[in-house]
Design a protein. Structure first.
Length: 73
């Protein structure tokens, strides 16, 4: 399951990456395995998506969200 599979308001814990080389931009934003993340909303046209992680609101692209493996909590 990836971050894109969540519905707005749903929370999950990041388990890893769907790619061998994680995007450095996401690592710098704090998206690390073990982090709790909440999908806040999709933008009106579907891209980007707003997430909440470690008390911060972030916007990431759908293509990036598809690389983030999660499990619901």
């Amino acid at each position: 399951m990836t971050l894109l599979d969540l519905k707005p308001g749903q929370r999950a814990r990041m388990t890893g990456w769907s790619t061998e080389t994680p995007p450095s931009r996401l690592l710098e934003m704090g998206l690390l395995p073990g982090s709790d993340v909440e999908l806040v909303r999709f933008a009106p046209l579907g891209d980007p998506i707003d997430i909440k992680i470690r008390g911060f609101h972030l916007s990431i692209r759908k293509s990036e969200a598809g690389l983030v493996d999660v499990e619901t909590i």
